[in-house]
Design a protein around this ligand. Structure first.
Ligand SMILES: Nc1ncnc2c1ncn2[C@@H]1O[C@H](COP(=O)(O)OP(=O)(O)OP(=O)(O)O)[C@@H](O)[C@H]1O
Ligand SMILES: [Mg+2]
Length: 295
């Protein structure tokens, strides 16, 4: 199912299997995956499918920090993850987890953001300049001296994204970055991700259950189930596969995709009118209703 290898790939995963130290079975069971430089890859799938485990592999925390049995090869930004330390890989790959509380270390925003570059002995001026840049990227300009405990969940998660961006990584991995936020925090973080996608030449891998957002952002989406990739397509093609999603625990296609697919099946829409995007779907439905005037 993996796409053809090419020189523009920033991530190459070949025959990856992984079993946790205490585990009895492989939680990744033969993953092949390539991601192009600048691509936005979405990952979705049932709980326990192995999505977070795959993120840990891409960031090199597996096998270095978590042990376990890993087979196959993971190459990110030209480096085999088994051959460099997670600290070294951190220059090329940033990872943001679900829980905003768990990843903020500094008492102030600037202390938190300086943490990575200080380990690499960046000069103070360069760190200060980069902090200004990343805070602008996540729309938290001027918050350098704010105490991190006083930030909202959405602001904390944007600080975590800013921290992941400090080292100018080629790849940013977001593992359900909004799942623990309130609706306002979710919207803030999705707006940040939208801007990063539009403005930055960065490869983004985002694990997400919110399929409406995935459909909007992703160039391609992979669906995982029980350690396997069971589907891989651009959103427009993937979310036509309503059947596949009915067989996955807790997963669904965007609601508009379900409606349009049903109308198409009943001969009320042409296949090329199908879209998983809400705003496009509203236009298609509005045009369809207008066409019915006068009947
Ligand atoms: N540290 C660990 N030790 C042992 N087993 C683990 C560990 N972390 C996860 N697992 C198991 O590995 C499997 C895959 O977990 P993982 O967290 O990667 O799934 P996921 O797709 O991210 O799920 P979710 O949607 O709930 O976040 C699950 O069966 C889980 O119980
Ligand atoms: Mg997970």
């Amino acid at each position: 199912m993996a796409s053809e290898p090419s020189a523009g790939d920033v991530i190459a995963v070949e025959g990856l299997t992984f079993r946790y130290p205490v585990g009895k079975e492989d939680v990744l069971a033969g993953i092949d995956l390539r991601v192009r430089n600048g691509e936005f890859l979405g990952i979705t799938g049932s709980s326990g499918a192995g999505k977070s485990t795959l993120c840990l592999c891409l960031r090199g925390l597996i096998p270095h920090s978590l042990g376990g049995q890993m087979k196959g090869a993971v190459t990110v930004a030209g480096r085999r993850t088994t051959e460099v330390s997670p600290a070294q890989l951190g220059e090329s790959v940033g990872l943001v987890f679900q829980d905003p509380e768990a990843q903020i270390i500094g008492l102030s925003v600037e202390e938190d953001l300086a943490f990575g570059p200080e380990n690499y002995a960046w000069p103070r001026d360069r760190i200060r300049e980069r902090i200004r840049e990343v805070l602008a990227m996540v729309r938290l300009e001027g918050l350098e001296t704010r105490e991190t405990y006083s930030l909202s969940g959405g602001q904390k998660q944007r600080v975590a994204i800013a921290a992941a961006l400090m080292m100018l990584p080629q790849v940013l991995i977001l593992d359900e970055p909004t799942s623990e936020l309130d609706p306002i925090g979710k919207e803030e973080v999705f707006a940040t991700i939208r801007r990063l996608k539009e403005e930055r030449d960065i490869t983004i891998v985002m694990v997400e259950h919110a399929v409406e957002q995935l459909a909007q952002f992703a160039d391609r989406i992979i669906v995982m189930d029980k350690g396997h990739i069971v589907a891989e397509d651009p959103p427009r093609a993937l979310f036509r596969n309503v059947e596949l999603f009915h067989h996955l625990d807790g997963e669904r296609v965007p609601q508009v995709a379900e409606v349009l697919f049903a109308l198409e099946r009943d001969g009320l829409l042409q296949p090329d009118q199908f879209t998983p995007l809400e705003d496009e779907a509203v236009r298609v439905l509005a045009a369809g209703l207008e066409g019915r005037h006068g009947y």
